[in-house]
Design a protein around this ligand. Structure first.
Ligand SMILES: CC(C)(COP(=O)(O)OP(=O)(O)OC[C@H]1O[C@@H](n2cnc3c(N)ncnc32)[C@H](O)[C@@H]1OP(=O)(O)O)[C@@H](O)C(=O)NCCC(=O)NCCS
Length: 143
């Protein structure tokens, strides 16, 4: 059910789940079309219901090359709590491992921190505010 998708196929789910009520332009992320970027989607009845994207981006917080960042992790409301999010996360991790990622990191919404902890991620440092999106924590896993 999980497949590679184009960046353009992520926008509607990003908007619905992550940027509710905001213009579609807020759903275009830097690096979306970079060669090293990968987008995955879960399709149900010919509709994308969950997405995740992976970017080769180093964070200054980790003193090592070839880090990968996960962004845009989202499952449509009505499909949450059915294991789709963890499947997507596992797929993103597999891709990172295939690229020999040293660290996988991301900005996690406060509400999603327990979800990521279940997959072995830990927080780093204090929470911080992303304007118009909310409180976040940096989370990571050494790959
Ligand atoms: C966070 C999100 C991607 C998780 O996807 P999901 O399909 O609902 O999660 P899963 O069903 O795969 O859950 C996996 C495990 O995490 C737990 N979990 C999921 N969301 C949780 C939450 N907010 N708080 C606590 N536990 C949570 C589930 O109970 C499940 O535990 P189990 O394995 O013991 O049963 C999804 O809920 C979502 O899109 N939320 C809104 C957007 C968002 O916050 N995205 C993350 C941005 S950083």
């Amino acid at each position: 059910m999980i497949k590679e998708i184009q960046s353009s196929e992520t926008y509607l789910v990003r908007q619905e789940v992550l940027r509710k009520g905001k213009p579609i332009e807020t759903c275009y992320f830097e690096g979306d079309d970079a060669e090293t970027t990968m987008h995955f989607g879960i399709e149900l009845n010919e509709k994308i219901i969950g997405i995740v994207s992976v970017y080769q981006v180093n964070s200054q917080l980790f003193d090592i090359e070839n880090q990968f960042q996960i962004r845009g992790m989202a499952v449509l409301n009505e499909f949450q709590g059915n294991g789709f999010g963890s499947q997507l996360l596992a797929e993103a991790e597999n891709y990172c491992t295939s690229q020999k990622a040293s660290v996988i990191w991301f900005n996690a919404r406060e509400k999603a921190v327990p979800f990521y902890k279940k997959s072995g991620y830990q927080t780093k440092g204090d929470s911080f505010e992303i304007p118009e999106v909310g409180i976040h924590f940096i989370m990571f896993k050494i790959n």
